[in-house]
Design a protein around this ligand. Structure first.
Ligand code: BG6
Length: 279
């Protein structure tokens, strides 16, 4: 089943259900905000105080950070993490031919609004496959006459039992940029959490595992060599939109990215695909 529905907070979304799983994808931002495998809890976390309104990014799920990741470096006051997450995508196609697997595609095209923020012509497609895995393929094509640079992320918020319980494996010995101090560091052992973490891991290849009380979630990325690991902890949580004081306990972000040194240069006519598969 693939149906268009309206959230009580006014955003329209696509509801997908098949024999393996269900998912919800808002048309604004092509923002996946639920992915539930049959008989299991939601793998994605969404803040109970999140807005579901036009022009406000949903706090949780999988925001798409595009065409830049993080703060605007131009000094022109453009929005953090780009404009894709608050832009309206078109629902392009669906494929329900297999009862266990549903595929949908959403597209963002340039508009006067996007050109004001980023003066390029492009096509951005998100191909989502919902089965016993959640696959997301974010493809950018340069339709401009000039080359452009791209940084981006599939900024996945994973639901966890408690941030103190979890471990992240697969990034041991990787270099990272510590975005709290802007120092370059190297990961020593598995990642655990006892305070704010905001890191951009580099030179990443292979599988990453999120281990939570014996439950293991696997993340496999392609077209990317950077992974952002983030939890705001209590003080930052108090200052952030759509968060409550203790909200930080329930999630961790493991973001499949092309960020900092891992930026993409796209020449006219070229396409780059960032892929993440969660299972
Ligand atoms: C992460 C960044 O990717 O996103 C953090 O590394 C940032 O520094 C976080 O705080 C959330 O950003 P936003 O714009 O959704 O509040």
């Amino acid at each position: 089943m693939v149906e268009t529905k309206k959230h009580s907070g006014s955003l329209e979304y696509i509801y997908i259900k098949n024999e393996s799983a269900s998912a919800k994808v808002a048309l604004q931002g092509a923002h996946i905000f639920s992915y539930v495998r049959s008989g299991e809890d939601d793998l994605l976390w969404v803040s109970e105080v999140s807005d579901f309104e036009h022009k406000k990014a949903i706090r949780g799920g999988v925001p798409i950070c595009w065409p830049w990741f993080g703060q605007d470096r131009s000094g022109e006051g453009r929005p953090q993490h780009g404009f894709a997450r608050t832009s309206m995508f078109e629902f392009v196609s669906k494929d329900e031919s297999d009862p266990y697997t549903t595929k949908i595609t959403l597209k963002l095209k340039p508009s006067d609004e996007t050109r004001k923020l980023w003066p390029y012509s492009f096509e951005l497609m998100l191909h989502i496959t919902v089965s016993d895995k959640l696959s997301m393929e974010l493809s950018t094509t340069n339709l401009d006459e000039r080359a452009f640079e791209l940084t981006q992320a599939l900024h996945t918020y994973f639901d966890v039992s408690d941030i103190s319980n979890i471990q992240i494996k697969g990034l041991e010995s990787k270099p990272y940029l510590d975005a709290l101090s802007w120092d370059n560091k190297t990961q020593n052992g598995v990642i655990t959490f006892a305070g704010e973490v905001d890191r951009v891991y580099q030179e990443v290849e292979g599988e990453i595992s999120l281990i939570d009380n014996g439950k293991i979630i696997s993340i496999k990325n392609d077209g990317s060599s950077s992974v952002v690991v983030w939890n705001p902890w209590i003080d930052k949580c108090r200052r952030m939109s759509a968060m409550k004081e203790d909200t930080y306990r329930g999630f961790v972000c493991i973001e499949s990215a092309n960020a900092f040194d891992d930026l993409i240069l796209l020449k006219p006519g070229e396409t780059h695909t960032l892929k993440a598969v969660i299972s």
